[in-house]
Design a protein around this ligand. Structure first.
Ligand code: SF4
Ligand code: SF4
Length: 279
């Protein structure tokens, strides 16, 4: 089974519990205005634009397809800057067996693996294949980092084979969600409720974007919702940072620290230790 991978971080302490291999899959079903990894959103259309800015000769076109030479690349990311398709010439195809081997070769150092993106669940077949093979040969746990926009069939398949989910909620108000991401939050909230009733919803993440989704009422609503659904899911409050952002949101300032503390205090009143600060 073939997967499309943007990058693999062999040791990550921010993508779920413990030390995890984080596997970022290419492609997304949202288009968030404040996306920090915009080059993971879409598949490459082989337009060749990035080729012109690579001073190292690391990019070429072969049979109409962009070709990336990792050995020549110096990581300047000029190619990502000029790509207007929200893609990258650097993502690659990998067979699931090859990824399983990389994971198992690193097993001794790891607590588990996390699939992220992009929206990794768009490649559910690949994830399920990798996770089943890894679990046959190790005790590593598997987590999914998702935007929550998952169809019912894929969600049920993932629930039956992984150990946890981390889910972003971008906005509670549907119009705000549509504005920030391009899609409705109806499925996201439905999946949040469904996952919260399993023992698999490790964490919900909420990025505060000033003037868009940061009213105290909205964030408190989410905290109350989580509190009423179960007694274990954490809510991680993340201040907006313009780092990596490609849309006009890159001109917004860092989220106001005082406002952040005020909102955090409000959700702490609801969730206590399950309210998590992200500095
Ligand atoms: S990565 Fe972007 S700029 Fe480069 S060929 Fe693909 S679509 Fe074009
Ligand atoms: S990041 Fe690598 S491939 Fe992209 S422009 Fe720089 S040297 Fe070329």
């Amino acid at each position: 089974m073939k997967g499309y991978i943007n990058k693999i971080i062999e040791n990550s302490f921010i993508d779920g519990p413990g030390n995890r291999m984080a596997i970022f899959l290419q492609g997304c079903n949202m288009g968030c205005l404040y996306c920090h990894n915009p080059e993971t959103q879409r598949m490459c259309i082989n337009c060749g634009r990035c080729l012109e800015v690579c001073s190292q000769g690391a990019l070429s076109i072969k049979e109409g397809k962009i070709n990336y030479n990792k050995q020549k690349c110096i990581g300047c990311d000029r190619c990502l800057e000029v790509c207007s398709e929200f893609s990258s010439p650097k993502y690659f195809e990998m067979q699931s067996d090859e990824l399983v081997k990389i994971i198992l070769d690193n097993e001794i150092f790891l607590d588990g693996i996390t699939f992220s993106g992009g929206e990794c669940t768009l490649q559910t077949d690949f994830i399920v294949d990798v996770v089943e093979k890894v679990k046959q040969k190790s005790n590593l746990t598997a987590f999914i980092d998702t935007n929550g926009l998952i169809n019912e069939n894929d969600l049920n398949r993932l629930i039956s084979c992984v150990d946890g989910f981390m889910m972003d909620v971008k906005a509670i108000d549907d119009n705000t969600h549509r504005f920030l991401t391009g899609v409705s939050n109806e499925t996201v909230l439905k999946n949040l409720k469904l996952l919260a009733k399993t023992d698999l919803l490790y964490e919900v993440r909420y990025v505060l974007v000033e003037g868009y989704n940061d009213s105290v009422e909205q964030v408190k609503y989410l905290a109350e919702l989580i509190k009423n659904l179960n007694d274990y899911t954490r809510l991680v409050l993340i201040p907006f940072r313009p780092l990596g952002v490609k849309t006009y949101f890159k001109n917004l300032p860092l989220y106001n620290r005082q406002k952040y503390d005020i909102i955090y205090d409000e959700i702490y009143k609801v969730l206590k230790d399950r309210a998590i600060k992200k500095d």
